[in-house]
Design a protein around this ligand. Structure first.
Ligand code: ATP
Length: 224
């Protein structure tokens, strides 16, 4: 990597991706433009700590993300959580990325989350440590922003203290800010796609054809 590229902010996008869809892809693509990210590293969760066991196994979800992001030079795939034996937590993942043999201490890291994920952040394992390790950027629909009145009080306090209106500031420090960015509203969820597939209905135009082909080939999500 060119030395200047190694100093540009890197987006970190974790999720269950059970399966990956266009809501995820647009979030990552629009974040890269809005926040000046050098690239976005996708990190599928192996065993997500805070939700039911995914319908499809970690390696299969990793392969679906691989198919979805293929050909996008700004996207990269990180298999570490999928390969780890224990539950997936964001803070240990960021600590791994901060090691000298990974991104090191100085590179700006920007954790990308949707509004719903951000609202639940106060329930995450060691969540207060997040801001020492990364910035957080929250995707919202145009016209809607994060409402601190509706957040957990400690998360609302962190939001007020750390909010940064100018995304250019993310490049000036390795971690510590909360930014928001508008993305094209796409009312797509993996839950809805799983439901369609289990009923034999089509998820076409909600996700890439390559992922749909992969799902059909391996007969994922066919049963309730
Ligand atoms: P499920 O329906 O199974 O809960 P999901 O579609 O919400 O899944 P996740 O893998 O849980 O997908 O989400 C990963 C990240 O992507 C989260 O930060 C979530 O807020 C965000 N996200 C998911 N779908 C959208 C969408 N349509 N628009 C914006 N952000 C989204």
């Amino acid at each position: 990597m060119r030395p200047e590229a190694a100093r540009q902010p890197l987006g970190i996008f974790g999720g269950t991706f059970d399966p990956v869809h266009f809501g995820h892809l647009r979030l990552a693509e629009e974040a890269a433009d809005a926040l000046g990210l050098q690239s976005v590293r996708w990190i599928p969760a192996g065993r997500p700590a805070l939700r039911d066991t995914p319908r499809v196994g970690p390696r299969q979800r990793l392969e679906m993300v691989r198919a979805a992001i293929a050909g996008n030079p700004r996207f990269e795939l990180d298999p570490a959580e999928v390969e780890a034996p224990g539950p997936s937590y964001t803070v240990p993942t960021l600590e791994r990325l901060r090691r000298p043999d990974a991104c090191g201490a100085d590179r700006p890291l920007v954790l990308l989350v949707g509004n719903d994920a951000f609202a639940g952040m106060a329930g995450w394992h060691r969540w207060e440590c997040l801001f020492e390790l990364a910035h957080v950027a929250v995707a919202h629909r145009p016209g809607y922003s994060v409402d601190p009145e509706r957040l957990d009080s400690e998360l609302a306090a962190a939001f007020r203290r750390r909010f940064c209106a100018d995304p250019a500031r993310l490049a000036a420090a390795p971690a510590g800010c909360i930014a928001t960015f508008a993305m094209t509203p796409l009312d797509i969820s993996a839950t809805r796609i799983r439901s369609l597939l289990s009923k034999g209905q089509s998820p076409r135009y909600l996700m890439p054809d390559s992922v749909i082909a992969h799902i059909h080939e391996h007969r994922y999500y066919t049963e309730n």
